[in-house]
Design a protein around this ligand. Structure first.
Ligand code: ADP
Ligand code: MN
Ligand code: MN
Ligand code: MN
Ligand code: MN
Length: 362
């Protein structure tokens, strides 16, 4: 018998309400990042505006930071400042998703607002024209926190058939992957691809190339969309970098990076310069590349060791990989394979700029 779960939605019932007219009002879903790097959101009504709202035209809002680990109970208001607006693929029409930054009442950025520093770095080094492309890996879990489709007491067959797999027994929940892809396209997220991953129930999608701060914005919004889509299908999304110990691949957030100089003829010299700088700040990067990453960066399962920096052409066991095609052409981009799937893209892209091109005043 099919299990009825209160966690899933009833699409046919919902549809007749979604079709109701809104009488000159829109729904704006304000989204923020909490102290556990999970997304949170709440909705408010705004008057319909011809041509839509720019982020700067949207009102500031607030929430109870004591309920999200972002403020003390006696001074609990945290402000939400809109920074980017996207069409809402769930409510459609004129309704919008609003990505926000968290600010304290005293006018300082909230401790968990990593976007503020990253945006300053992007602005200071805008003449470099930085592009990023992030590969978001994740694992789908059932409501008992078991990877989706895995036997309750035991393990699926060893890794091998699952990567880019096609067919029952190799991949699960492709509906979620496809629905998320369409939701990203509708919202204007620069999703560039998707594939099933090496561990059963693990998937990847890529967002990019995006310029500067937009990479963090778009990746966070894509995470929000994924959580919403998976919620409807009754699945949990895990960004744990090593969801299953042992001979199972972990999950990363490979970060592809280039500047204008790297993308032009002779760019390899600039790629090599950047890699030298990255080597000198390995520890500082690892510190912001995600919690629990030491369980993933073991030197096995297509990773480099967490303690030793390394770089190589087409080497998936290195910290930094220069794609074969880039080495052959002599220009292009490189891939930092160290970031974990649960890392904050604002911290990754920010420290990349800081290490390669210098800090800005705090
Ligand atoms: P992999 O071979 O490591 O699995 P993917 O194809 O999954 O690589 O992801 C590569 C990512 O790199 C994509 O998001 C793509 O948009 C991005 N990318 C491509 N060219 C550049 C570039 N010049 N600068 C930054 N990112 C780039
Ligand atoms: Mn209330
Ligand atoms: Mn990839
Ligand atoms: Mn991958
Ligand atoms: Mn990769």
């Amino acid at each position: 018998m099919a299990q009825q779960s209160s966690a899933t939605s009833n699409a046919p019932n919902l549809q007749k309400y979604l079709d109701l007219p809104q009488k000159g009002q829109i729904m704006a879903e304000y989204i923020w990042i909490d102290s556990d790097l999970a997304v949170r959101s709440k909705v408010r009504t705004l008057p319909y505006k011809e041509g839509g709202y720019a982020a700067s035209e949207l009102p500031q809002w607030n929430f109870d930071g004591s309920s999200t680990g972002q403020a003390p109970g006696e001074n609990s208001d945290v402000y939400l400042r809109p920074v980017a607006v996207y069409p809402d693929p769930f409510m459609r029409g004129d309704n919008i998703l609003v990505l926000t930054e968290c600010w304290n009442p005293d006018g300082t950025p909230n401790k968990f607002n990593a976007r503020y520093e990253a945006a300053k770095l992007m602005e200071a080094h805008a003449d470099r024209e930085p592009w990023f492309g992030l590969e978001q890996e994740y694992t789908l879990l059932d409501l008992n926190d078991r990877p989706y489709g895995w036997p309750v007491n035991g393990f699926p067959a060893p890794q091998g058939p699952y990567y880019c797999g096609v067919g029952a027994g190799k991949v699960v929940m492709r509906d979620i992957v496809l629905a998320h892809y369409k939701a990203c396209l509708y919202a204007g997220i620069n999703i560039s691809g998707t594939n099933a991953e090496v561990m059963a129930a693990q998937w990847e999608y890529q967002v990019g190339p995006c310029k500067g701060i937009e990479q963090g914005d778009q990746l966070w919004l894509s995470r929000y969309l994924l959580a919403r889509v998976a919620e409807e299908f009754g699945a949990k999304v895990s960004f744990d970098p090593k969801p299953i110990p042992g001979d199972w691949n972990g999950a990363g957030l490979h970060t592809n990076f280039s500047t204008k100089e790297m993308r032009e003829e002779g760019g390899m010299k600039h790629i090599e310069d950047a890699i030298k700088k990255l080597e000198s700040r390995h520890k500082e990067h690892i510190a912001v590349y995600g919690k629990g990453n030491e369980l993933r960066l073991t030197g096995r399962h297509e990773t480099g060791s967490i303690d030793v920096f390394s770089a190589g052409v087409a080497n998936r066991g290195a910290s930094i990989r220069i794609p074969r095609e880039v080495a052959a052409k002599g220009y292009g981009y490189f891939e930092d394979r160290r970031p974990a799937s649960n890392a904050d893209p604002y911290l990754i892209t920010g420290i990349m700029m800081e290490t390669c091109f210098g800090a800005v005043d705090k």
